[in-house]
Unconditional design. Structure first.
Length: 305
């Protein structure tokens, strides 16, 4: 057998698998990092493979009319393919590319498994009793993406990982708070029930739109915004720990997420409105983001707490 020809065919199959993932990533509107020109070209295929893995699993969890038990079995099958791709070439293009990316960049497989935990939660959990329960979800749904991006860039300092977790959780929570007008009519409520109860409203009353519930959520939402602001501040040192391209992207993400959070806090009717940031608002962020990115990176151990 011609080993050279066999190797060439394998390389072609892997390249085609990456192209499949890139096409999938470009076909979706989400602001996933693979769409960013700031990601180094050599890393974009790996980011696309991670995205394709997560996008397909998210679709299993959230889309279609299949019963919950069937969707959970499909997610189990998705995890089986993840296990297989660690030791063998899987025919599925997403896992052929993902397996190559894991080996090439030493990606933390635990982060990919964590994403599947969150997708399973999406199937059956539509509300959270406490902030601790919600943070558990964020640890599995949001934080793994940041950790995978850091791993791709060779960043593994504990301080950087902790700041990344804070940023990813802050962004996830900001997304929840800005989407109350969509999630609650859709049967999901991410405001912790304990916070709602302290504000004098039950989750059931809120979901049913019973009289007075709208006004009563104001204290709970204000508490949620304050909590999320604190997480953004914990994440503030992160850009200074990163290489330039990633530093620029993370700085933009930090400022953009914080702007969305503040716009959410100013909404007069958050149950019927979403915040919108026009082009002008984003343009005002550009000089600040660029200035922060141009500052020299500092070792993670020097980052402020």
């Amino acid at each position: 057998m011609d080993n050279g020809a066999t190797g060439s065919r394998h390389s072609t199959r892997v390249e085609q698998a990456y192209q499949h993932c890139m096409k999938l990533a470009r076909s979706h509107y989400e602001n996933f990092p693979t769409a960013s020109r700031l990601i180094h070209p050599r890393l974009r295929p790996a980011v696309a493979a991670i995205y394709a893995f997560a996008r397909a699993a998210d679709d299993i969890a959230d889309e279609g009319s299949d019963a919950a038990d069937k969707r959970l079995k499909q997610l189990d099958a998705w995890e089986t393919l993840l296990d297989r791709c660690l030791t063998e070439d899987v025919a599925h293009p997403v896992f052929l590319a993902l397996g190559d990316a894991i080996r090439r960049h030493d990606l933390p497989v635990s982060a990919l498994r964590d994403l599947l935990v969150a997708f399973r939660m999406d199937v059956s959990i539509h509300a959270y009793a406490t902030i601790e329960e919600l943070l558990f979800y964020c640890r599995h749904s949001a934080n793994p993406v940041g950790r995978l991006m850091l791993a791709l860039h060779g960043v593994n300092a504990p301080e950087a990982l902790a700041a990344s977790d804070a940023l990813c959780t802050a962004l996830q929570l900001t997304n929840f708070w800005q989407d109350l007008s969509r999630d609650i009519p859709g049967g999901r409520c991410y405001l912790p029930e304990a916070w709602l109860a302290e504000a004098g409203v039950s989750r059931k009353a809120l979901m049913k739109g019973e009289g007075g519930a709208d006004a009563a959520i104001a204290p709970a939402l204000a508490r949620a915004v304050d909590y999320t602001r604190a997480l953004f501040e914990q994440a503030r040192p992160l850009p200074g720990m990163l290489p330039f391209r990633l530093r620029l992207q993370v700085a933009a993400t930090w400022h953009g997420g914080r702007r969305v959070l503040e716009a959410t806090a100013r909404l007069p009717d958050p149950l019927r409105q979403r915040p919108t940031l026009g082009t002008g608002a984003w343009m005002l962020l550009a000089p600040r983001v660029l200035l922060e990115a141009l500052l020299p990176a500092r070792p993670a151990r020097e980052a402020r707490a």
